[in-house]
Design a protein around this ligand. Structure first.
Ligand code: FEO
Length: 395
């Protein structure tokens, strides 16, 4: 695939991984992804911002050669050390004897550990560093833990182009620009839920810095390039601040339909109470979609049967993910059914305890739900709807 000129002397030289269907051995990516790398030509110097995953290094190298010889690159910026962006650094460094690797202090250590970049070829940059390419200036924005400790953003000052690597990223191989892809913001939301949501305080700080720049283009490490920046900046503002909607995400597992009957009644009651519901049967759901819905849900509801004295393993996995992703949910409810011994409610409550949620109610039933059981389920759902609404009014 050919490089694309995004502006005069500014090229997208990344790779499109159309066929990849999973990331981090965890998240499904039905539309593939991209590993975006950029070349910036100044009057005197040339910089490359990030590289690609190592399996694409050959086609990447050929693409770069068609624009400018690899040996002509003066600066190789490493915004982030993860291999999907930095994996082709050895390929470039091995074919270029002069380029300086620009990265943060923590990035320098990682470049040496992961990619064996010699110490004498690495320059540590900070927010005070400026790199003059000849009529074009690179600046660097400290943005740690987005989502590794070494992460930073690069800014092309005169062109007002931001290169934030994973921040503002989206897993889709489709489209070059944000407006080429109808569901860009959904892909970005899913990405935010999986990757950035656990680091919301850092994301909020970095976003404030970005807003001061007056960016005209955002060129991330995955997915489309934003030439309409306001939509993604507005979305990130809501997501970073943890602005929740009148919405509950419900995840459940069912074996003999008792838990499912409870969940269905719960959903009906919430919807009658005006609450938006995102419902996932964990036996056949993409946890990436669950993560996307958690970005703006005020409540999480877990439904699980009891298996061998505890939660069903799929429900346990979901509870673990909820805890790890640290969504802005404020309320929860837990529903469980058992055949001959309980225990799931206690376990789920303990797993979610670090999130300090308002546990609106728990319902544990033995066998198929009775009329009284269903009344308890509906009463819990009603209480959750009221709690969500009250919470929204207080904001
Ligand atoms: Fe896309 Fe954290 O790498």
């Amino acid at each position: 695939m050919a490089a694309v000129e995004l502006g005069t002397g500014l090229y997208h030289v990344g790779s499109r991984d159309w066929n990849r269907r999973q990331f981090d051995a965890l998240i499904s990516i039905p539309h593939g992804t991209t590993y975006n790398s950029y070349i910036i030509k100044g009057k005197e110097k040339t910089a490359m911002v990030d590289t690609v995953a190592p399996e694409f290094e050959k086609e990447f190298g050929e693409k770069v050669e068609r624009i400018i010889g690899i040996e002509a690159i003066d600066y190789l910026v490493m915004n982030h050390a993860e291999p999907d962006h930095a994996g082709a650094i050895p390929y470039i460094i091995g074919r270029n004897k002069k380029a300086r690797l620009l990265t943060t202090k923590k990035g320098a250590k990682m470049a040496a550990t992961f990619y064996h970049v010699p110490e004498e070829r690495i320059d540590v940059v900070t927010e005070d560093t400026t790199i003059d390419l000849g009529g074009r200036t690179l600046r660097f924005i400290d943005a740690p833990f987005l989502h590794w400790p070494e992460t930073m953003f690069t800014y092309l000052v005169e062109d007002r182009v931001l290169f934030p690597c994973d921040f503002f990223g989206a897993h889709t191989a489709f489209g070059l620009y944000d407006d080429d892809v109808e569901d860009t913001i959904y892909h970005a939301k899913k990405y935010f839920g999986e990757i950035m949501m656990p680091f919301r305080p850092m994301a909020k700080r970095a976003l404030a810095k970005v807003k001061e720049l007056g960016v005209e283009m955002i060129a991330p490490g995955h997915g489309p390039v934003y030439r309409n920046c306001s939509r993604i900046l507005e979305a990130y503002t809501r997501w970073c601040e943890g602005k929740t909607k009148n919405k509950a995400t419900i995840v459940y597992v069912t074996m003999w339909h008792s838990t499912e009957r409870m969940v269905n009644a719960f959903v009906d009651t919430l919807q009658q109470g005006g609450v938006e519901v995102a419902l996932y049967n964990l036996a056949d759901s993409d946890v990436g979609d669950v993560a996307a819905d958690l970005v703006d849900s005020a409540a999480i509801v877990i439904g699980t049967p009891v298996v061998l004295g505890g939660m069903h393993p799929l429900a346990m996995y979901a509870a673990y993910l909820v805890k790890a992703l640290r969504p802005p949910v404020k309320h929860c409810a837990i529903l469980s059914s058992y055949g001959w011994g309980g225990g799931a409610i206690k376990q789920a409550t303990e797993m979610l305890a670090p999130l300090k949620l308002n546990v609106v109610g728990t319902v544990e039933i033995n066998g198929p739900p009775t009329k009284e059981d269903m009344e308890e389920v509906e009463a819990t759902a009603k209480a959750l709807a009221e709690n969500i609404k009250e919470g929204l009014q207080q904001v």
